[in-house]
Design a protein around this ligand. Structure first.
Ligand SMILES: [Zn+2]
Length: 632
């Protein structure tokens, strides 16, 4: 792909939760709870007219679907503010200072006055129906190598409730996350390749972490990525949780838009026009009376039907790959699911398959009068749902004539994206009258300026010089969530800085790959593990095992891990009796080889000890015991 030629423009919105003393508008701690909720409450979304007299179409649509929200809560992590039973308190000054600090680190201009606004949110993730947000600075830039990328603004927001489950029309949320301070750093669309997007996201993340005031673990940093190419559309991709996915998301989105533009030009060549699409739906149930397809069989048995839509001139295009795992058919299925509430669609480009026979496909095409150059889409469900789903498919087909529809998408773990909702108009915002605006004094900014955290590049040089770790490890530590812990422990000097840095980066990454959620390990747990090694109570080789045990026993202590795993260093007495027992067991070998038996015995004993004793101690003991034996 020649990204320059394609006119690729990428902008990022990096969202990072802050680890302040308390939440943004109340005194609750910014923490999540793991156990069962202490109470739940239920809300329904009711669309109301805005001051301008218009009803938000997205809100209305959710209302029509009968969307109900169940909120789960516990008293330790939420209060009446999150329940929207009490007005918000004053804006957390600590969170605001973090935003100003980041603005100053990136050359931005803090605002003179902070005004909290309400941004309409209709998915139920906010109990109020809006999200509170405020602009804290404008401008600034981040540097990557010798390139500079503009920032447009830095905002401070309240994080939304987190979705636990979606059961039919019921959405289940936990309000522990609601109100956690969330900083949003927005870049200008200055980025022109997938790799650059990832580098910029990384650079912003490093600056955020340099403040030492950010939460860590999966989900605490989320990137929204805005991608456009010449002739395509500006697509907003929400919720990229992993940095390593940013470049892939951009790459796949460019592929998707490029392929959609190809499809549009092919449809033009085939002279397909809007009026060719979505004239009528055909009830094709009788074609499938004898079907072996379980999905269709079940739908018909439950009184549903199979409805079909002919897409004139779309033959071969519905099944065309846009990017890995995505076809025009997948995009149509997204629409059908969203607007029709059905489970999916079938289309003739992928048939016969899924136990739908060649004969059935022939009959289906005949039924709707489709020729070889046409495609047919079918849905099996309640007739009314089939209708809504296929009308949505027809809408998507009409959009294919133009190219790339303007929708909001969400990232999947493989880097592809799916449709989540039509792109809303400009964000609807109005002033939050319950929170007083804050005048930002020059003194406040001056005092923050005088105490700015070190920039990541300076820190890198200092780590190399002060702790003698190499460039690669220093970089990894700075990119990790444990920079501050590393420095604290390296300063104490009990544990070798290289061991600290390897453990806090490579070892944790390895454990993460093995399925452990290392973000759940507390700093105290990590400190405890290093202290065991530093004080000689266990060998450094035991660290991965101890961490793994702690990962699945979050309430446990590193000492308990040692005891449970039998990894504590042996005392002198324990070691002596173990070595004596081994020598007695291998009596024959000792008699035959004499002093030369030390080597083979060392191997056997060290393997059994798995790091619970120093090799030189074992060797000294063996020499002593064998010496005595030989003299006998
Ligand atoms: Zn609260």
């Amino acid at each position: 792909m020649d990204y320059g030629k394609l006119g690729l423009k990428v902008g990022l919105e990096v969202h990072q939760e802050l680890a302040t003393e308390h939440k943004l508008f109340c005194q609750c701690p910014p923490e999540l709870f793991r156990d069962e909720p202490e109470y739940t409450f239920l809300r329904r979304l009711r669309p109301s007219q805005s001051e301008l007299g218009e009803v938000d179409p997205a809100a209305l649509f959710e209302f029509m679907k009968g969307r109900t929200m169940v909120y789960e809560a516990n008293r330790a992590t939420s209060c009446l503010v999150e329940m929207d039973e009490e007005p918000p308190g004053e804006l957390n000054p600590e969170a605001l200072d973090v935003c100003f600090t980041i603005a100053l680190m990136t050359g931005g201009r803090p605002v003179d006055e902070v005004h909290v606004m309400r941004k309409i949110v209709v998915d139920g993730s906010n109990t109020t129906g809006f999200q509170r947000t405020c602009v804290t600075s404008l401008g600034g830039s981040v540097e990557v190598g010798d390139r500079s990328y503009g920032l447009t603004q830095i905002c401070l927001e309240e994080d939304a409730a987190r979705k636990i489950a979606e059961e039919g029309v019921v959405s289940r949320y936990r309000i522990d996350r609601l109100g956690i301070p969330l900083i949003e750093v927005t870049t200008a669309p200055d980025i022109h390749s997938p790799e650059e997007a990832e580098e910029v996201a990384l650079a912003i993340g490093q600056i955020l972490r340099a403040t030492g005031k950010v939460r860590r673990g999966l989900g605490t940093i989320r990137q929204d990525v805005n991608v456009s190419i010449e002739g395509g559309a500006l697509i907003e991709i929400k919720g990229v949780q992993e940095l390593a996915l940013v470049s892939k998301v951009v790459e796949y989105e460019v592929q998707r838009q490029t392929a959609l533009l190809e499809i549009a030009s092919e449809l033009k060549k085939r002279k397909v026009s809007e009026s060719d699409i979505g004239k009528e739906l055909v009830d094709a149930s009788e074609v499938f009376r004898e079907t072996k397809s379980r999905i269709i069989m079940n739908a018909l048995r439950e009184g549903g039907s199979v409805h079909a839509l002919k897409l004139k001139g779309f033959g071969g295009l519905v099944g065309m790959e846009l990017c890995p795992n995505r076809r025009l058919g997948t995009e149509m299925a997204d629409y059908a699911k969203f607007w029709g509430g059905v489970k999916g669609i079938f289309h003739t480009d992928e048939l016969p398959a899924y136990d739908i026979s060649e004969g059935e496909v022939k009959k289906l095409k005949a039924k709707v009068g489709a020729s070889k150059s046409d495609a047919v889409v079918i849905v099996a469900d309640e007739a009314e749902k089939c209708g809504r789903a296929l009308m949505a498919v027809a809408d998507r087909a009409r959009e294919a004539l133009i190219g790339v529809p303007q929708d909001t998408r969400a990232a999947d773990p493989d880097g592809t994206t799916h449709f989540t909702r039509p792109r809303p108009g400009a964000a609807r915002m109005y002033p939050e009258t319950d929170v007083v605006s804050i005048v930002v004094t020059p003194e406040r900014i001056e005092s923050l300026k005088a105490n700015l955290p070190e920039m990541p590049e300076e820190k890198l040089e200092r780590f190399k010089a002060d702790y003698g770790i190499n460039e690669k490890l220093a970089r990894q530590v700075i990119d990790s969530d444990h920079t501050h812990l590393f420095e604290e422990l390296a300063r104490e000097g009990e544990v070798d800085p290289t061991l600290l840095s390897v453990t806090l980066t490579e070892t944790l990454k390895m454990l993460e790959r093995e399925g452990m959620e290392t973000g759940k390990l507390s700093d105290d747990a990590l400190r405890g593990v290093f202290s065991l090694v530093g004080s000689g109570r266990t060998a450094k080789e035991s660290i991965p095992e101890v961490l793994t045990w702690l990962g699945s026993n979050l309430e446990g202590t590193p000492e308990e891990a040692l005891a449970e795993l039998g990894l504590a260093m042996l005392t002198q007495d324990e070691l002596r009796s173990l070595v004596e027992a081994k020598v007695a067991e291998k009596r024959e070998l000792v008699e035959r080889m004499g002093a030369r038996a030390v080597g083979p015995l060392m191997g056997v004993i060290m393997a059994e000890l798995r790091g619970r004793a120093e090799a030189r101690e074992v060797q000294a003991l063996l020499r002593e015991l064998l010496g005595a034996q030989i003299e006998d």
